[in-house]
Write a protein that binds this ligand. Structure first.
Ligand SMILES: Nc1ncnc2c1ncn2[C@@H]1O[C@H](COP(=O)(O)OP(=O)(O)O)[C@@H](O)[C@H]1O
Ligand SMILES: [Mg+2]
Length: 245
């Protein structure tokens, strides 16, 4: 079995009096694709926000490659090798897509402008973005996601956190997006922790799945195993329609 790259121990997150995460344990193995699923409001994005330092946990510990990253800032965590693709792309709208990627490269490394430009072109080609000179408001959502992925790859991550990459895409775009995430994992060797609502996509590609509901981990295992767990079916469909596992 491959080694553990990320460890989340007994993670709690409170927003005021509201407990968004309640004692979640999650291990991520080097090189795997781990699917993180659960109903709206389950705490999935919050967990990603804790892993990449947008928030600090109220309680608990996070270790990445044996470094304690609990409470570290996003740019420090990025430098250690964790990048994030946000659900809602956040490019700089006044710059071209190319310049968006160059900015990410320069921010995350000591690359000079010529090297950064070459690398940006490579990354945009890798993600299949054919209009590097366009600005983000001149491209489709699918291309925005590609640029967002290229910006995340600019920090040379070992682990990539992906939040609802498929949301808003049509079926053929989803198929391409699945192939792209697979390529990131297989060709670049990058571990993925991937939150997704498009079930066939995540259940088809993830090797393991963790299920959150109301801030608690209710199941973990191979996709076909968790899909049979009664609590998971209940969390998604409501108890009336659940069948015995
Ligand atoms: N910054 C915040 N302040 C207050 N409540 C929040 C904040 N972020 C998330 N929450 C709450 O925490 C819960 C989990 O949210 P989230 O992690 O976004 O869920 P998911 O991504 O699984 O849909 C929700 O009830 C949400 O309203
Ligand atoms: Mg979310």
């Amino acid at each position: 079995m491959s080694s553990i790259q990320l460890e989340c121990h007994d993670i709690w997150k409170k927003f005021g009096g509201f407990e968004a995460l309640r004692g979640v344990d999650m291990d991520v193995r080097k090189g795997e694709i781990l699917g993180l699923i659960g109903p709206n409001g389950a705490g999935k994005s919050t967990l990603l926000n804790l892993i990449n330092g947008v928030y600090s946990p109220t309680k608990g510990k996070i270790l990445f490659d044996s470094h304690d990253t609990t409470g570290k800032k996003p740019h420090e965590i990025c430098r250690l090798g964790i990048a994030r693709v946000f659900q809602i792309p956040r490019p700089f709208y006044e710059m071209s897509c190319m310049d968006n990627v160059i900015t990410a490269i320069v921010f995350n490394s000591d690359a000079d402008p010529i090297k950064a430009e070459k690398r940006a072109l490579e990354l945009l080609e890798f993600v299949g973005m054919r209009y590097p000179e366009r600005k983000p408001d001149e491209i489709t959502l699918q291309d925005k996601r590609r640029v967002e992925l290229a910006r995340a790859l600019a920090c040379e991550p070992k682990l990539l956190l992906v939040d609802e990459y498929m949301a808003g895409l049509n079926p053929s775009e989803i198929q391409e997006a699945v192939e792209l995430l697979k390529k990131v994992n297989r060709e670049l060797g990058i571990t993925l922790v991937w939150v997704e609502h498009v079930m066939p996509a995540i259940m088809g590609l993830a090797e393991r799945v963790v299920v959150l509901d109301h801030g608690i981990k209710i199941a973990e295992g191979k996709p076909e195993e968790v899909a049979r767990v009664k609590k998971v079916i209940e969390a998604y469909l409501g108890s009336d329609t659940a069948v015995e596992a």
